[in-house]
Design a protein around this ligand. Structure first.
Ligand SMILES: [Zn+2]
Length: 262
């Protein structure tokens, strides 16, 4: 049990012993707070570490919207996204791990406008890590009424500030696709590319990768981003937790139209 967590039997015993409703309420508040802290840590602890063979390990600074007392997605969902990103970035010796996880206010649960996307990350942005925001709904700002599954977004006030936004409906490959944008890739016409958004099933999404010429772009951008401080190499062995024990969720078999990243 992590330090700081108050077992419920202690709270119950203390409430019974003290008798007063005031202390009981305080203890309950403490317990809820402790649970929320554990919930936040779960996004870090349950996500996979950087693969040991990754020469470049980069941290994801995770921000998850909490709405009505619940996160809009689960630690396991995030873990699946990171696992797929690590698999697909292995050819350029890059791995990712969740280094921190913060709460995002419920007013950002539904990101509707370009200004929402700007404001979501503007005050949280910092260099050295990739900031990843998880929201419940991410509107397509180009097509009214439509939604997208993810986006690599540049703050319009200062375009060097950029981050990834994932919708809670995203399949497990969307983080890797958006990180492809973060590493300099546009959308692609290669049939087998993860960056190809055109509707085709051959190959299916779970067999998409980054073709060699895209890997070459990503390697160059990786080196440039380390050089200019956009990304800072993290210690592969600094993962504060044991390897995750969560089962791997199968890749989303839905049609490209359903599963297409943003
Ligand atoms: Zn895209």
């Amino acid at each position: 049990m992590p330090s700081g967590i108050v077992p419920s039997w202690i709270v119950m015993a203390a409430s019974m012993w003290m008798g007063g409703p005031t202390l009981g309420a305080m203890q309950t508040a403490t317990l809820i707070e402790a649970r929320q802290r554990l919930g936040r840590d779960a996004f870090v602890v349950e996500s996979p570490p950087c693969p040991t063979q990754a020469r470049w390990c980069f941290e994801l600074a995770l921000h998850v919207v909490e709405e009505d007392g619940a996160d809009v997605q689960t630690p396991q969902w995030v873990a699946d996204q990171v696992r797929e990103a690590n698999r697909l970035f292995a050819p350029i010796d890059v791995g990712f791990r969740v280094g921190s996880a913060k709460v995002v206010d419920a007013r950002f649960a539904s990101v509707e406008t370009r200004l929402d996307r700007d404001l979501l990350g503007r005050d949280e942005h910092s260099l050295g890590v990739v900031h990843v925001f998880v929201v419940r709904r991410l509107a397509d700002v180009d097509v009214p009424g439509e939604v997208i599954r993810g986006v690599h977004w540049r703050d319009r006030v200062q375009t060097s500030r950029r981050w990834v936004i994932l919708s809670s409906i995203a399949s497990s490959l969307v983080l890797a696709h958006e990180l492809g944008h973060f590493f300099g890739l546009p959308h692609s016409k290669h049939r087998k590319s993860l960056m190809n958004k055109s509707p085709h099933l051959d190959p299916p999404w779970h067999l998409r990768t980054f073709p060699e010429e895209e890997l070459a772009i990503m390697r160059r951008r990786r080196d440039a981003m380390v050089e200019d401080g956009t990304l800072v190499k993290a210690n592969v062995n600094a993962k504060p937790a044991a390897p995750p024990t969560l089962p791997v969720t199968p890749v989303d078999p839905r049609s490209p139209a359903d599963a297409a990243p943003g």
